[in-house]
Design a binder for this molecule. Structure first.
Ligand code: NI
Ligand code: MN
Length: 229
């Protein structure tokens, strides 16, 4: 059994069938809807970061330092973490995959902007990514990260059990484009994220469910809520 617990915005914890704990896009301290704070994250083995904006990265470095978790992201973002004293990092690039003990991780394209919160030099600004996880139990999870609707998503058709997609609009896909993404990817299940954190990205997830229709099961979580599959 794999579980995903949503902490609001695009921050969630995935626990694999073999007990590996993976934190995605850590944003807890200033996340107005998170059900836990950064110090409540007791154990984490890996931190997967889609890009360096504060609402995905703000708590990455402190949690990585405290727990010893390995940060997995683009080469530049992982390099920046190294300059800030993070000891364990695994840099990758778009289209590349690597087999970790819990399964294979591949970085997928995301169309978004890429400055890194805290990097005053600007030297580490880079592309954003999503993640395709091929877990040891055979489950396949796609987290798109912050992105526009991109035609490349069609390449994932048939390769995804659970898709995690932003629906907030303004900074990412809104509900219409996210529903089109579902029609491209055809996952079994889709979990909407990156909405209702602030007024600017307020959305009714039930509207998204209606747009998806019978193309996939839409799982709507509350912060702190979990989905098992
Ligand atoms: Ni962003
Ligand atoms: Mn964001």
């Amino acid at each position: 059994m794999t579980s995903i617990t949503w902490h609001g915005h695009s921050c969630f914890t995935l626990v694999t069938d073999d007990g590996t704990r993976i934190l995605f896009d850590p944003f807890l301290t200033d996340n107005p809807v998170a059900e836990l704070g950064p110090d409540d994250v007791a154990e984490v083995d890996y931190i997967l970061v889609s890009h360096g904006h504060f609402d995905h990265f703000a708590d990455c470095i402190p949690i990585a330092k405290r727990t010893g978790a390995t940060v997995v992201s683009t080469f530049e973002l992982v390099s920046y973490c190294g300059t800030q004293g993070v000891e364990n990092g695994h840099g990758m690039n778009i289209g590349g995959g690597y087999r970790f003990p819990f399964g294979r991780v591949k970085l997928t394209p995301a169309l978004h902007t890429g400055s890194i919160d805290g990097d005053e030099s600007g030297n580490f600004t880079t592309d954003c990514c999503g993640f395709l996880l091929d877990l040891n139990d055979g489950q396949r999870v796609y987290y798109s990260g912050d992105t526009a609707l991109i035609k490349d998503m069609e390449l994932l058709k048939g390769a995804v059990d659970v898709a995690i997609l932003p629906i907030g609009d303004n900074y990412t896909m809104g509900p219409d484009d996210a529903a089109r993404a579902v029609s491209f990817i055809k996952p079994e299940t889709v979990i909407p994220v990156h909405y209702n954190t602030w007024e600017l990205i307020a959305q009714d997830p039930e509207e998204f469910r209606g747009l998806v229709g019978d193309q996939a099961e839409v799982v709507i979580l509350e912060p702190g809520g979990s989905y098992e599959f």
